[in-house]
Design a protein around this ligand. Structure first.
Ligand code: ASP
Length: 311
């Protein structure tokens, strides 16, 4: 019987996580941990943790999701379990209260891994998922402030997304949510949920629903959940890259650092990861200014912070 462990993150970015955000992370961590402590599955702890964060509008996921340039919140989420490498993900879905549960339904109720858009949302609703209005006054304000004129939109199209190959990143960044867990049976799981980056083109999808980039879980190695600039994370397949590096014998900290360094060198960009190895060793690493996150290991007190080891 191994010790249970859970890690959560509340997004890597330039914004210092608010006190409220850190408090919610702590409460969420404790909730996820209690599921594991009582013998629950890593998958359930990850889903439940992310659902709570999706319901708190402080975070850029579920209720607090950012709006794309046309004023619509299109959300991405994924979940993976390490025993059989089953995974489920949804991308660009609207109006679903808890996208992480939609991802889990894709994993458990379909032969597929990724479903997108309206059909994915309808599928979730048909299986009983709650709907919800996800535009909040603060996400509206963020969009309005970001788009003071049509000229600016054209500029964003051209400079951030169009002619240059490097994504310049969101002005604020952060608040995507994710979790990884190890249960008593030795099963690992990873999950992530986001409203994406600020001022995105309508239809843009980041790393979060891309298995291997936003999440990865393999009982033979470890589990990772990523956050940060999706356009960079996808190009180095960050979560799987970290698992592969751990498989070569590197510690969670070294593997996470190396992979983030490699990403920064090859494609630029900032990101953060929560990494858990199958033996319960873990790391929270980011090369962004902040990453709200926390960890609870059985027999130890939970720790929540807004800075971790920089990658
Ligand atoms: N990785 C997310 C995305 O690119 C955003 C984030 O983690 O802040 O959609």
């Amino acid at each position: 019987m191994n010790k249970v462990v859970i890690l959560v993150h509340g997004g890597a970015g330039r914004r210092n996580p608010s006190r409220r955000g850190l408090r919610t992370l702590r409460e969420t961590l404790e909730r996820g941990f209690s599921i594991l402590e009582e013998g629950g599955r890593a998958l359930d702890a990850v889903e439940e943790t992310i659902r709570i964060l999706e319901d708190d509008e402080t975070f850029n996921a579920g209720r607090g999701s950012r709006l794309q340039l046309d004023g619509v919140a299109r959300m991405d989420a994924s979940i993976m379990e390490g025993k059989t490498l089953q995974a489920g993900a949804v991308a660009s879905i609207q109006g679903i209260k808890n996208p992480i549960s939609a991802a889990r339904l894709v994993m458990e109720k379909t032969p597929h891994v990724l479903m997108v858009g309206e059909r994915a949302a309808r599928f979730g609703v048909s299986l009983g998922l709650e709907t919800g209005n996800v535009a909040t006054p603060s996400t509206r304000k963020e969009l309005e402030q970001g788009l003071r004129s049509q000229k600016e939109i054209i500029q964003i199209y051209n400079t951030s997304f169009g002619r240059t190959s490097r994504f310049s990143g969101s002005p604020a960044g952060g608040e995507t949510v994710g979790a990884v867990a190890l249960d008593r049976e030795g099963n690992l799981a990873a999950g992530s949920s986001t409203g994406g980056s600020a001022l995105m083109l309508p239809g843009r999808v980041g790393d979060t629903p891309i298995v291997g980039s936003g999440v990865y879980a393999d009982n033979q190695v470890g589990a990772v959940s990523s956050t940060g600039m999706g356009e960079s994370i996808i190009r180095v397949v960050l979560a799987k890259e970290i698992c592969t590096t751990m498989e070569k014998g590197f510690s969670p900290l070294k593997a996470s650092r190396r992979s983030l360094e490699r990403m920064a060198k090859r494609v630029g960009g900032t990101a953060g990861v929560i990494t858990l190895r199958r033996d319960g060793r873990f790391a929270l690493v980011h090369n962004s200014e902040y990453m709200g996150g926390g960890v609870q290991v059985e027999g130890r007190k939970p720790v929540v912070n807004s800075h971790w080891l920089n990658g």
